[in-house]
Design a protein around this ligand. Structure first.
Ligand code: PMP
Length: 355
């Protein structure tokens, strides 16, 4: 028995793997693989339509919002967002909350002025800054809802009249929130949505067309909207896996139901860390991520022992990101509660042995 705590690509539901495997061999009893049918066939159009409409339904998006499945991963959005939204003579406000936000800020500077409204760099990004002001004249305010590397998460939406743009790569669909408050949301699929190779973008078209700049066709959100997210050949298999995962989430009871399980998983893990002094969680309690929990062991030799013992028990992906060290336990939607139970039992036993 193995338990998959990888940060991304990461665990997906077994049912999804089963259905995806069958579709590779014989899609919908057509005698053809999903990999060999044209993307403009009725069979694939149905997949794209269902995936887009499931996103709308699960996130309770209003009719105004457009749902796109695009190439290039979340990192492409670091520049596609400012390319489309930030005129050269305007500024955008960014929150500097972690590794991925830093990359978004770097790319945005290529297109206009960037005002970093707050940063938690002073303490290794171990908390979410607050008490900052978002300038009213900003074209948009960008932040990362969940910092995958550092294990922090924003638990509320900032109050502002400035259009909100969020990188939700590592916590989308994990917690209920008013997704309609955002003018643009993007997320790489390889954590809570499906397979790597596709990127979910949700955009309110009313914010488009304001940055006076010539855009390559593939970079222009308006072209993708006009073409129903089928401007060119989409990553068909990745979109199919997303559709299956979204269907699975709906069967679980949607975001509200999965949120309860996610809260239970995170509570159990953080309680275990807090109750065993061998483990230290560097993140401010109020900002702890429910998706990626980070902890360390002070003695580096014991840390190595933990890693070896964890591997032997079948716990995959527990090593922390190289920039933070220690351990990172990713608990995305598809991770069963039982995996956290098994891991925390192991953690308690290890702590007792070393204590
Ligand atoms: N943003 C966040 C919050 C992420 O966690 C990641 C990747 N793990 C990215 C952006 C980059 O995603 P991609 O590799 O799909 O470009």
């Amino acid at each position: 028995m193995v338990h998959n705590f990888n940060a991304g690509p990461s665990i997906l539901p077994k049912e999804v793997f089963q259905a995806a495997s069958e579709a590779i061999l014989n899609y919908n009893n057509m005698g053809l693989s999903i990999l060999e049918i044209g993307h403009r066939t009725d069979a694939f159009q149905a997949v794209m339509d269902e995936a887009r409409s499931l996103v709308k339904e699960l996130m309770q998006l209003n009719d105004q919002k457009e749902v796109l499945f695009l190439h290039g991963g979340a990192s492409t959005q670091f520049f596609q967002v400012p390319m489309n939204l930030l005129a050269a003579d305007r500024k955008a406000a960014y929150l500097d909350g972690g590794t991925w936000g830093v990359k978004a800020i770097k790319d945005a500077k290529l297109y206009g002025t960037v005002e970093v409204v707050a940063s938690s760099k002073d303490k290794n990004y171990s908390y979410i800054p607050d008490g900052y002001t978002i300038p009213n004249d900003a074209a948009y305010f960008h932040y990362t809802t969940n910092n995958t590397v550092e294990g922090t998460q924003m638990h509320s939406i900032p109050e502002t009249n400035v259009p909100l743009v969020a990188d939700m790569s590592s916590d989308i669909l994990s917690t209920q929130m008013d997704f309609n408050r955002f003018s643009l949301i993007y997320a790489g699929a390889q954590k809570n949505i499906g397979a790597a190779g596709v990127n979910l973008v949700i955009v309110d078209p009313s914010i488009l067309g304001k940055a006076d700049r010539a855009l390559p066709t593939m970079m222009d959100y308006r072209e993708h909207i006009k073409n129903g997210s089928m401007l060119n050949t989409p990553p068909v298999f990745a979109v199919y896996v997303c559709m299956l995962t979204l269907r699975w989430l709906k069967q679980q009871g949607g975001v509200a139901a999965i949120q309860q399980i996610n809260e239970k998983k995170a509570q159990l893990l953080y309680d275990t860390i807090d109750q065993n002094s061998i483990y230290t969680a560097p993140v401010a309690k109020k900002d702890r991520s429910r998706m990626n929990a980070v902890f360390t062991i002070q003695d580096t030799e014991v840390e190595k022992e933990f890693l070896t013992a964890a591997k032997a028990e079948g716990f995959y992906g527990v090593k922390g990101h190289r920039s933070v060290g220690g351990f990172r336990i990713s608990m995305y939607n598809a991770l069963p509660y039982e995996s956290v139970v098994t891991l925390t039992e192991f953690m308690k036993e290890f702590a007792t042995k070393k204590g």
